[in-house]
Design a protein around this ligand. Structure first.
Ligand SMILES: [Zn+2]
Ligand SMILES: [Zn+2]
Length: 266
């Protein structure tokens, strides 16, 4: 338990997320106010720049289309004045880092960037041979395991991709916060590992610190049946504390009732 109360939820999705609930913005906002938060950031998934796997249907479920995201900006912009005396609401995106698509991502960020007040850069996909695999669902994790051979190699690949994400030149609108850096632990109860490559983690944390980035202390892992951890844990957590990296709590809510959830845990 922490002594200090967390007053900001920095990672919240919206009714426009294709894999989330239809809870309207107002429900998320009212829940945040009820939790006693004074700031919240909507960080909807950024549309994919283009199809980088053959599974178009799957990608369409990962992030909204360009048309939908325009609606997201528009509707959120209209709502903000209504709540301005009660809570600070930031407009943002959760941007995927796709290894090899840095230029396309930069181009997209240059379009949306002027509208962004708070954003997150996340790794959900790893590139294995020439294929991109989403590691945060079980078939993806298991496909990566089959291709890479060991759980340790999946972790290596994930963290190497994360390091690239931190170092990547994505232009002036690159998000300042690194999303759920321990997401790869999502199936740690199914595939236990004591990850030993501390040097790689140290390299990542050093780059995070040098680049003046924040980390998303993401409580969604507590709600995943095979994770049961916050996505900043273990050695990684020790390192970010050692280096004095700024932490921003995020619920990663895809439903209004999850806003501000588990912020008293560490
Ligand atoms: Zn999502
Ligand atoms: Zn994410």
């Amino acid at each position: 338990m922490k002594s200090e109360k967390i007053l900001k939820d920095g990672h919240i999705h919206s009714p426009y997320c294709p894999h989330g609930t239809n809870d309207p913005f107002e429900l998320y906002i009212e829940q945040a106010i009820r939790c006693g938060l004074d700031e919240m950031s909507f960080t909807e998934h950024m549309p994919f720049t283009r199809y980088f796997t053959d599974d178009k249907k799957f990608l369409d479920e990962c992030s909204p289309s360009k048309e939908i995201i325009e609606k997201y900006f528009h509707d959120l912009g209209k709502l903000k004045p209504k709540y301005k005396d009660k809570i600070k609401i930031n407009t943002g995106l959760e941007v995927d880092f796709i290894d090899g698509y840095e230029n396309e991502t930069k181009d997209f960020l240059n379009i949306y960037g002027p509208k962004l007040e708070d954003s997150i850069l996340s790794v959900h996909f790893i590139k294995v041979n020439d294929e991109y695999i989403a590691i945060d669902w079980r078939p993806g994790f298991e496909e990566a395991l089959e291709k890479l051979g060991t759980v340790e190699r999946i972790y290596d690949k994930y963290y190497e991709t994360l390091l690239k994400a931190v170092r990547a030149d994505l232009g002036e609108f690159k998000p300042k916060r690194i999303g759920h850096p321990n997401l790869i632990r999502i199936f740690n109860k199914l595939y236990p590992i004591e990850y030993k490559n501390k040097e790689l983690l140290q390299e990542i944390v050093k780059e995070i610190k040098n680049g003046d980035y924040e980390v998303d202390v993401n409580t969604a892992g507590l709600r995943k049946p095979y994770c049961n951890e916050i996505y900043v844990s273990d050695i990684f957590k020790e390192l970010i504390e050692e280096y004095g990296v700024k932490k921003v709590y995020g619920s990663d809510s895809h439903t209004a009732s999850d806003v501000g959830r588990d912020f008293d845990k560490e």
